[in-house]
Design a protein. Structure first.
Length: 113
């Protein structure tokens, strides 16, 4: 679980969570020391954790579809992640800059069990 070590939730509303990263987390020293960015795998893990919060039960992603990284996320950036159930076995994840939620950073569909 990355919450409370790698990131914190600073605000939440209906299916949306604004998060702040821990810029001093050791992961950033290896990804990348001179110009750190949030690893894509961490965003997927965070989405899984936030989906579990949204739906009130553990979520296990079995596949990811249509993953699009439009720009990197830096450790000093706050982002809003929205998890929306699309069908019984799929969710849509949208990640945007918290200051301008129209600026989509990452989007993908996930399959769950």
């Amino acid at each position: 679980m990355l919450q409370n070590s790698f990131y914190d939730i600073v605000h939440s509303d209906q299916g949306g969570y604004t998060i702040r990263f821990n810029a001093s987390h050791p992961i950033f020293s290896g990804h990348f020391p001179e110009r750190p960015i949030v690893p894509g795998a961490c965003i997927v893990q965070i989405a899984e954790e936030l989906a579990a919060l949204t739906y009130g039960y553990p979520i296990c992603f079995t596949a990811i579809r249509d993953l699009k990284f439009r720009q990197p996320i830096t450790p000093d950036q706050e982002v809003t992640i929205r998890v929306r159930k699309a069908t019984e076995s799929t969710c849509e994840v949208l990640c945007a800059d918290s200051k301008n939620e129209q600026q989509l950073i990452i989007s993908f569909k996930i399959y769950t069990i």
